[in-house]
Design a protein around this ligand. Structure first.
Ligand SMILES: C[S@@+](CC[C@H](N)C(=O)[O-])C[C@H]1O[C@@H](n2cnc3c(N)ncnc32)[C@H](O)[C@@H]1O
Length: 241
């Protein structure tokens, strides 16, 4: 294989939050692999990347990755695994012909990103493939900046967790850590907000919807957001101190 596969973090929404390195790698990649959560749906990562780097002359391959829970160490359901395999088919074809492929990833590839699964699938098939991960600014970093609230200071311990976990797990984490970042909160508010209230943590909590995107909204009072239809791009920071 002659080309290189890059997993590129494009940041949380504002194209100005893309790093110089992400922009440079995208400029020189002939092919962009753009993930879409829905079949024939739009790709948020593509909208961000194309706000910073021109798509002129690029081949854009849009690929649907189903949004399903994947548990570490367990084989995912077949349509998820199939999507990774099909992505690797597309990527390999380009790499063999000497073209570089950049897979666009929202935020930072280090945090709940499909990019690493695709990377692993490619390397299982072709251990010699050339692969690079380009970090990006995470949604939690941008959310912290938007509300001018640090996530952790001094000797604080902090955890990041999808709010879709079982309630007892969420309680355990809230008790144990000084700060908690909750992702994927949009459908978990009816369980999460009463739990934060019970633990007397509502005053130290803030929700930001669509950080750095058009329609960004800050919810300092989580109870007011509880019965609203929130966007998937919503993150909560909870700090005890
Ligand atoms: C699959 S995770 C991807 C995280 C991403 N890799 C990162 O570094 O932030 C998706 C979750 O990230 C959070 N998220 C992503 N972009 C966001 C944004 N612009 N504003 C608020 N939350 C966002 C939401 O909690 C969403 O449910």
């Amino acid at each position: 294989m002659k080309g290189t596969f890059y997993v590129v973090g494009v940041g949380p929404g504002d194209p100005e939050l893309m790093t110089l390195k992400s922009a440079r790698i995208l400029e020189r990649s002939q092919v962009w692999l753009s993930p879409a959560a829905r079949r024939n749906g739009e790709s948020t990562a593509l909208a961000i990347a194309s706000g910073a780097v021109s798509t002129a002359g690029k081949e854009i391959l849009t690929h649907h990755f189903p949004m399903r829970k994947v548990c570490s160490g367990r084989t995912p359901v077949s349509d998820v695994k199939d999507a990774w395999e099909q992505a690797v088919d597309l990527i390999s074809e380009q790499l063999v012909s000497g073209r570089d492929v950049s897979m666009l990833t929202l935020g930072d590839p280090a945090i709940y990103s499909t990019g690493f699964y695709v990377c692993e699938t490619l390397l299982e098939r072709n251990p010699e493939a050339s692969v690079e991960i380009i970090p990006g600014i995470s949604a939690m970093g941008a959310t912290s900046a938007a509300v001018r609230m640090p996530i952790c200071l001094g000797d604080d311990k902090f955890a990041v967790i999808p709010a879709v976990f079982e309630i007892e797990k969420l309680r355990e984490i809230l008790v144990q850590f000084d700060a908690v970042v909750f992702m994927k909160v949009h459908r978990a508010m009816d369980r999460l907000v009463p739990l934060l209230e019970e633990l007397n943590l509502l005053d130290g909590s803030v929700l930001v919807e669509r950080t750095g995107m058009a329609g960004e909204r800050i919810w300092p009072d989580l109870k007011r957001a509880m019965n609203r239809k929130l966007h998937y791009f919503s993150t909560i920071i909870v700090r005890k101190s």
